[in-house]
Ligand binder design. Structure first.
Ligand code: FES
Ligand code: FES
Length: 181
């Protein structure tokens, strides 16, 4: 539940309790603050990137309750009580997640700006495939989706890469999906 907590610079702030990468943070926020700005500006979690700030590039993708979401398109206070995973939370200590390791193996990044969003998006996407969710290119929507390159490209189409590392990103995701199977 949100609580109006105090007035800062003439703005009534709202308290939000966010569980991020396993740690609970209680923030007093201007209700207009996006989840992306709360992560980056209020908590110093700068792994999630601001590319377009308009829901078009996917650089800000994080997982909310396990589902991928563009953090620039949602308000932080809407996620009071939610469990959020950012790129900083994908590894276990120094051990990379299978997907992170596959990105390294396949050279799936160049400048790395889009990579946190690609990693969070692909993590969520692989769960969607495991849950049997079809995509627009799935031919047998009643069956279990097969993760072809075409499926990966379609399912990751919300994540842009200005370096055009796409072939290696697709290879990394395919590899991680197989390793994890
Ligand atoms: S910064 Fe959120 S989609 Fe581009
Ligand atoms: S690796 Fe540079 S934007 Fe994707």
């Amino acid at each position: 539940m949100n609580h109006t907590s105090e007035r800062v610079d003439g703005i009534d702030t709202v308290q939000a309790r966010l569980r991020i990468n396993g740690t609970t943070h209680v923030l007093d926020l201007d209700p207009r603050v996006t989840l992306l700005d709360a992560l980056r500006e209020h908590l110093g979690l700068t792994g999630s990137k601001k590319g377009c700030d308009h829901g078009q590039c996917g650089a800000c993708t994080v997982l909310v309750e396990g589902r991928r979401i563009n953090a620039c398109l949602t308000l932080a206070v809407m996620h009071d009580g939610d469990s959020i995973t950012t790129v900083e939370g994908l590894a276990t200590g120094d051990v990379l997640s299978p997907l992170q390791a596959a990105f390294v193996r396949h050279d799936g990044f160049q400048c790395g700006y889009c990579t946190p969003g690609q990693l969070c998006s692909a993590t969520g996407m692989l769960e969607e495939v495991r849950a049997g969710w079809p995509s627009v290119v799935t031919t047998d929507v009643a069956g279990s989706p097969t993760l072809t390159d075409e499926e990966i490209r379609e399912r990751m189409s919300g994540n842009l890469c200005r370096c055009s590392a796409y072939p290696n990103i697709v290879a990394a995701i395919a590899d991680a999906a197989e390793t994890d199977a």
